[in-house]
Design a binder for this molecule. Structure first.
Ligand code: ZN
Length: 236
């Protein structure tokens, strides 16, 4: 996928998240989300701080001076806990300003710096061209996590395909089971996680339901050959 495509997904996803956030009444920020231990306050703070963290990677690519997303997983968690105590208007402003700032960082990154390598929060070295993808995943999926009507069915179809490919290839690379063969019934494609000595479990359904399932956001209408859906490991 091209850089232009990734930037488009990130920008459309950011607009989608902003729309869902605008539709969320102030009084509903304290409600828990499906993410363990997180209310919507935590989630909104996280999405804002994530934009800042990715902007640090863009800055790193531009200057060549290491500027990690977070100084440590503990620091990331502490920042989110503290952010969750902000007022609702401050949380809204954080999400909006951080997203706008990130957009400007991408716009201003010189063309010859896009291939500079930076490190993701998972420790992977990637070129800066990967940063819009990292952000796109966050904003689209967390818009669903907000829990006020966001849905995978609203995702751009080519983004759904890229998400499926991304998660499955990550598990495949890491050798993280179970062995899987995903067969979307609305695409001419298949996705496999091969594990030595393990017969892959075949799972069928729409691309949207498969993407929802592998990203840990519910089962939808999927069918596994031989009965029950296999238990999945973590993605991120
Ligand atoms: Zn996240």
């Amino acid at each position: 996928m091209s850089l232009a495509q990734r930037l488009l997904w990130a920008r459309r996803g950011s607009a989608y998240f902003a729309r869902k956030l605008n539709e969320l009444p102030d009084a509903e920020f304290d409600t828990p989300t499906a993410l363990p231990g997180w209310t919507r306050r935590h989630l909104v703070a996280h999405v804002g701080y994530n934009a800042r963290a990715i902007a640090r990677l863009v800055d790193w690519a531009e200057t060549g001076v290491e500027n990690p997303m977070y100084s440590s997983p503990q620091a990331r968690a502490a920042e989110i806990e503290e952010g969750a105590t902000l007022s609702v208007s401050a949380l809204r402003a954080l999400a909006e300003h951080a997203a706008a700032h990130l957009d400007v960082s991408w716009r201003d990154l010189p063309e010859d710096r896009w291939n500079a390598e930076v490190r993701t929060a998972q420790g992977r070295l990637v070129p800066a061209t990967e940063t819009p993808w990292l952000r796109a995943r966050e904003v689209w999926i967390h818009a669903v996590d907000l829990g006020n009507g966001g849905s995978f069915v609203d995702f751009p179809p080519d983004f759904v395909d890229a998400l499926l490919a991304d998660i499955i290839s990550l598990w495949h690379r890491k050798g993280q089971g179970p062995a899987l063969l995903l067969r979307p019934d609305d695409r001419d494609a298949e996705y496999r996680v091969d594990i030595d000595g393990e017969k892959p479990r075949v799972v069928r359904g729409s691309s949207v339901d498969l993407a929802r399932w592998v990203s840990g956001r519910g089962v939808g209408d999927l069918k596994a050959d031989g009965g029950e859906l296999p238990e999945l490991g973590r993605w991120l």
